[in-house]
Design a protein around this ligand. Structure first.
Ligand SMILES: C[S@@+](CC[C@H](N)C(=O)[O-])C[C@H]1O[C@@H](n2cnc3c(N)ncnc32)[C@H](O)[C@@H]1O
Length: 295
């Protein structure tokens, strides 16, 4: 990103990458059930403002075509974006079975998990600009989310430990933390601080799921030209990718903060596990998802 490109969130505009992920989930929801990669019946609320959306979802066939086009245009991000939510649905189901009933979503964007689990308590943290936009859409749609506490937080300048006070977050209770599509937008210090604070405020046995992006995407050396193009595009829109990791460094950071690793999946693992019989996404692999537990 050139120094003259204003940072989108800091200038008060909602995250466009959050809008894009919601768009992908909303178009995916137009496919037949057995072809969907995600399962998000609320994403259309956030996609509908885009005048192109109605064309994308005119039929299941146009939806499939649009998704393939997105996948090509946005470097192959589709599988990770759609299947990380499928993966989180499974982690959440397991956590519920194990008695965990408090969920914290960091950089929640237009995630609809709380609406699909109205009996669970959620705390949603997001940059104020995006959270404001999300709440405006929900209010306009007449959807109430009484099970959610919304906290506007800029993870670059504020500490989770300071905002997640006992009034809004039960530190004695085991928690499931979902942190999807966010770490690579942060500086290293903000990532480390958030990780340390999650460890400090979550009871032992709490679980955290976060994804990371390979360093090659950040430094422009990734083997896929489409990925390098997508990285330049988001930077031009004011949301540059900044933090790259690999399995070892992401695991080391989590362990140093007090977690132990439960599972590591690359994008191709997500496709093999959750993509169904004939997944329509490409298998370009430049991201991973880590599930860790507070020791
Ligand atoms: C690609 S979106 C992912 C949204 C959602 N988690 C999902 O998977 O659809 C990135 C999210 O990170 C949030 N974000 C980026 N930088 C942030 C910061 N400094 N503080 C808080 N949230 C931030 C954005 O507002 C946006 O909601």
């Amino acid at each position: 990103m050139t120094t003259s490109t204003p940072r989108r969130l800091q200038s008060g505009k909602a995250s466009s990458t959050a809008g894009l992920t919601a768009m992908m989930r909303a178009v995916d929801a137009r496919l037949a059930v057995d072809q969907r990669l995600a399962d998000d019946r609320y994403a259309h609320l956030y996609a509908a403002f885009n005048p192109r959306f109605k064309h994308y979802v005119r039929s299941a066939a146009t939806a499939k075509l649009s998704l393939k086009l997105f996948d090509r245009l946005f470097g192959g991000f589709l599988a990770e974006i759609l299947l990380r939510s499928r993966h989180f649905d499974r982690v959440l189901a397991d956590a519920r079975n194990d008695g965990i009933d408090q969920v914290l979503l960091l950089g929640a964007g237009y995630d609809s998990t709380p609406m699909r689990h109205p009996d669970l308590r959620f705390v949603e943290i997001d940059h104020p600009a995006t959270q404001r936009a999300k709440r405006a859409v929900l209010a306009k749609s007449g959807i109430t989310t009484d099970n959610v506490t919304y906290l506007p937080v800029d993870l670059e300048t504020e500490r989770l430990a300071a905002v997640l006070t006992p009034e809004v977050f039960d530190r004695g209770r085991r928690t499931l933390v979902g942190w999807h599509g966010v770490t690579f937008f942060l500086e290293g210090d903000a990532f480390q601080h958030a990780l340390a604070d999650i460890a400090a405020i979550c009871a032992p046995g709490s679980r955290l799921v976060f994804d990371y992006m390979d360093r090659s995407v950040i430094d422009g050396t990734n083997e896929y030209r489409s990925v390098r193009t997508a990285a330049r595009l988001v930077a031009r829109r004011g949301e540059p990718y900044r933090l790259g990791m690999d399995q070892q460094s992401a695991t080391r950071a989590a362990e140093a903060a007090g977690f132990r690793c439960l599972e590591h999946l690359r994008v191709t693992d997500l496709i093999d596990r959750f993509g169904g019989a004939r997944p329509y996404c490409s298998r370009k692999d430049f991201m991973g998802v880590l599930t860790v537990e507070r020791a």
